[in-house]
Design a protein around this ligand. Structure first.
Ligand SMILES: Cc1cc2nc3c(=O)[nH]c(=O)nc-3n(C[C@H](O)[C@H](O)[C@H](O)COP(=O)(O)OP(=O)(O)OC[C@H]3O[C@@H](n4cnc5c(N)ncnc54)[C@H](O)[C@@H]3O)c2cc1C
Length: 366
């Protein structure tokens, strides 16, 4: 029932391109408006978890993803002071596979598939209002104007955390390592081509501005982690040009849909990056929206989309925020938590992954 409708998508990020492709596959005529002069992605790596991979497979990108992504074998929570692995959670049996990909590769595979499906992509076009179309999809990210048009301007709250991101040349096992230190943590994982992706988070009281692009001195990063174990400090010695940004929490939008508008991805539900779900949830949005519109048409499908998605993304966002607390413990609580994790890993190695079933096992395509 979405077939032959005219759809305008504002934003050519992961959420916008996935939604454009999903709707084009249902027969809609889709145009994506992107403010940038090229479809390209800032940042380096992304973890595509099985719930996101399921959508990419449904979009016909299974073989490209398996070529462009490294299959993850484990998540390894590690004591960032001693360098000792606390436990190891096996990912090797996840289906579809959990993968590490370069953001640019993911964007490229989505854009290429969109073009093959006849999606028109208009660059250098900043939308300041809703375009004329049967359906407008607001996929314009964390500072979405579409969300503002539907909900009014909402305040963002500084979370008291800043993050550096960087990539370095390094070979590594296909594992995501979470280095936990008091009031800080670092996530590292390999990317294709011998690169290692690093995001280092520190609790901090002072920060003014939100944004991804603040160049920082590597010395500041090293100073913040000067008590870290040797292995982590060695990795940090290779960082040349880190970017620093303040982590802000935006509330989930109250209104996601009108009779002809839908928000997807960060525009609807920005999340902190501590569960690696922002892009995966955007992929899920794309599949659920396209399926509901195809089954019920625009007017009846849009409210169903919001009703289906909101509880799930609220749960994922709460889980991401809780991770920050758990990673940053200090003193006796830290000792107890690490002991608990270590014991869990020994006596019930599948329990952790089992606890993630609600997230990784979700199938947005059926
Ligand atoms: C450090 C870090 C690590 C992360 N790691 C992961 C991870 O491992 N796994 C994961 O799933 N998620 C991860 N995320 C989250 C993920 O990157 C985002 O949730 C995801 O990119 C959101 O996609 P989006 O398409 O909704 O928005 P965006 O990627 O922000 O795309 C929005 C697009 O809209 C365009 N745009 C904005 N306004 C306009 C306008 N008015 N007119 C036209 N175009 C406009 C922008 O230029 C942009 O291209 C991470 C985030 C961070 C910060």
């Amino acid at each position: 029932m979405i077939a032959h409708s005219q759809v305008a998508v504002i934003g050519g990020g992961i959420g916008g391109l996935a939604t454009a492709l999903a709707l084009a596959m249902q027969g809609a005529s889709v145009c994506v408006y992107e403010q940038a002069s090229a479809i390209a992605e800032v940042g380096a790596g992304l973890q595509v978890t099985p719930n996101g991979a399921r959508v990419l497979n449904w979009l016909g990108l299974e073989s490209t993803l398996s070529v462009k992504g490294l299959q993850a074998e484990a998540v390894v929570p590690t004591d960032g002071l001693s360098g000792r692995a606390v436990t190891r959670f096996d990912l090797s049996r996840q289906l579809p596979a959990y993968r590490f990909v370069a953001r640019s590769a993911l964007i490229d595979m989505l854009a290429t598939a969109c073009i093959k499906r006849g999606v028109q992509i208009v660059l250098n076009h900043r939308a300041d209002d809703l375009p004329e179309a049967d359906l407008v999809v607001g996929a314009d990210g964390i500072r979405s104007i579409t969300r503002g048009l539907l909900n009014g301007a909402g305040p963002a709250r500084f979370t008291g955390q800043v993050a550096w991101r960087a990539t370095i040349s390094a070979t590594s096992l296909p594992e995501a390592r979470i280095w936990m230190l008091p009031r800080r943590h670092v996530v590292t994982y390999p990317l294709p081509g011998g690169r290692l992706n690093m995001v280092a988070v520190q609790e901090r009281d002072d920060w003014a501005e939100e944004g991804w692009h603040h160049p920082d001195e590597p010395a500041q990063l090293r100073e913040a982690f000067s008590d870290a174990c040797g292995a982590l400090q060695t990795l940090m010695m290779q960082v040349e040009a880190p970017r620093l940004w303040g982590l802000f929490q935006h509330p989930v939008a109250r209104v996601w849909v009108t009779d002809r508008v839908a928000l997807v991805g960060d525009a609807a539900h920005p999340t902190l990056p501590f569960l690696a779900q922002g892009a995966n949830l955007a992929l899920e949005d794309a599949a659920v929206l396209a399926r509901f519109l195809s089954l019920h048409g625009i007017a009846a499908g849009l409210p169903r989309y919001q009703a289906a998605r909101k509880p799930r993304v609220m749960r994922a966002i709460a889980a991401a925020s809780a991770n920050a607390v758990n990673y940053h413990l200090s003193g006796p609580r830290r000792t107890v938590a690490h002991l608990g994790l270590r014991t869990l890993g020994k006596v019930a190695p599948d329990a952790f992954i089992g606890r993630m079933d609600w997230l990784y096992g979700f199938d947005a395509t059926s």
